[in-house]
Design a protein around this ligand. Structure first.
Ligand code: NAD
Length: 374
């Protein structure tokens, strides 16, 4: 019997990219029993709700899951399933590593940072209302508590220690939002004092955006509130090669759920076109979480080599421009097969080839970084 893992295929490109991750998981030889449950649009059609109780039950039972993206209607319609999942299961820490994979498709081949985003409160608490009957003004409440601020700051420092990172940068807007931003800043400073071996610094969010675009290699672990984390992690995904290659993970006290940063990209749904790498790197993080360190390294190495060789890559990695060799774009399933084919063959003891434009030392560090505790 393998390890039971909840699998939520999701909407749009979700089923295609989660199929890709399953194919690669099979190639690792790690025995996983997938418990497939539907949330999102398919669940509405079949069960009349986007988040049926069996999804939550499955995750509570198995304690670990992987999901594809789930569509959220804009402006009206059902509440975000993603936000509801986080709140129902107390998945308070959203971890989004941004690593420049093989330097392809990125202007920043040395980028290697991690965004730790508070996922329970802030402007995503779901507390909003119209101020008047005419709907001419509205309010969304930004809830920041000492308890959640301390929990996410401790998560960031603990993560830094476990993963041999050197610095945690708190990102806030305490100069303008003196109550909520000020509280987050105060708690960050208190928590930082408990971790003297890790450097602690702060940036205002607007300055942080500019700094990340100018010199991302100076940053290591960023910790921030919900909305800023959502925006910064997309920015960092862009620095590292795009949404197609950006994995993520959500952690609670006992449950972990792995999901890409990207959404359901409805315009590409059913076309076998989306980049499977973000979801496959979610699998890599999941394998590390389950203690299958060698299998995780194989997956990372196989992804790296396929992107580096640039023979079988999806449209987003095959684009001409700042990449080395424009290629005919492959399908999502073709790229997944190529990564799966390589998984048992790759030599994880060899140093990775240096990506174009990157410093050799940094590339080796990327390859060996554990990112999650092994
Ligand atoms: P999106 O991430 O779906 O798409 C943004 C851009 O990135 C598009 O140009 C898309 O084509 C491209 N892209 C995304 N993933 C890609 C991949 N794997 N390969 C290649 N290109 C890729 O963002 P959006 O359009 O803002 O959102 C679409 C839907 O997804 C919305 O309903 C949104 O609420 C939802 N969403 C869900 C999650 C989640 O489930 N965690 C996260 C973000 C957005």
């Amino acid at each position: 019997m393998g390890t039971k893992v909840t699998l939520i295929p999701g909407d749009g490109i979700g089923p295609e990219v989660t199929d890709a991750a399953r194919l690669v998981a099979d190639a690792t030889g790690v025995s996983i029993d997938w418990e497939v449950v539907e949330a999102g649009e398919k669940a509405i059609a079949k069960k009349g709700t986007p988040l049926p109780p069996e999804v939550l039950d499955s995750l509570r039972r198995n304690k670990v899951g992987i999901k594809g993206p789930i569509t959220t209607p804009i402006g009206s319609g059902f509440r975000s399933v993603n936000v509801a999942l986080r709140q129902e299961l107390d998945l308070y820490a959203s971890l989004r590593p941004a690593r420049a994979i093989a330097g392809e498709g990125t202007r920043y081949p040395d980028v290697d940072l991690v965004v730790v985003r508070e996922a329970m409160e802030g402007l995503y608490s779901g507390v909003e209302h119209w101020v008047d009957r005419d709907h001419s003004a509205g309010e969304t409440i930004n809830i920041i508590t000492r308890k959640e601020s301390a929990r996410i700051c401790r998560f960031a420092f603990d993560y830094a220690i476990r993963n041999h990172r050197k610095k945690v940068t708190a990102v806030h807007k305490a100069n303008i939002m003196k109550v909520t931003g000020g509280l987050f800043q105060e708690v960050f400073r208190e928590v930082a004092r408990e971790y003297p071996s890790i450097a602690a610094e702060e940036r205002l969010v607007d300055n942080m955006c500019m700094q990340l675009v100018k010199k991302p290699e100076e940053y290591d672990v960023l910790v921030t509130t919900n909305l800023f984390g959502d925006i910064l992690s997309d920015l960092c995904a862009g620095l590292a090669g795009g949404l197609g290659v950006a994995p993520g993970a959500l952690f609670g006290e006992s449950i972990a759920l792995f999901e890409p940063v990207h959404g359901s990209a409805p315009k590409y749904a059913g076309q076998d076109k989306a980049d499977p790498v973000a979801e496959i790197l979610c699998l890599e993080l999941l394998l590390r979480h389950l203690g299958h360190s060698e299998a995780a390294q194989r997956v990372f190495r196989a992804v790296w080599e396929v992107i580096y060789e640039k023979k079988v890559v999806t449209y987003d990695l095959a684009l001409p421009g700042y990449t080395m060799r424009p290629t005919r774009p492959s399908k999502c399933s073709e790229m997944a097969k190529e990564i799966a084919r390589k998984v048992p063959q790759v030599d994880i003891s060899k140093p990775l080839p240096t990506p174009p434009g990157a410093r050799a030392q940094s590339s080796v560090k990327l390859a060996n970084d554990t990112h999650l505790e092994d």
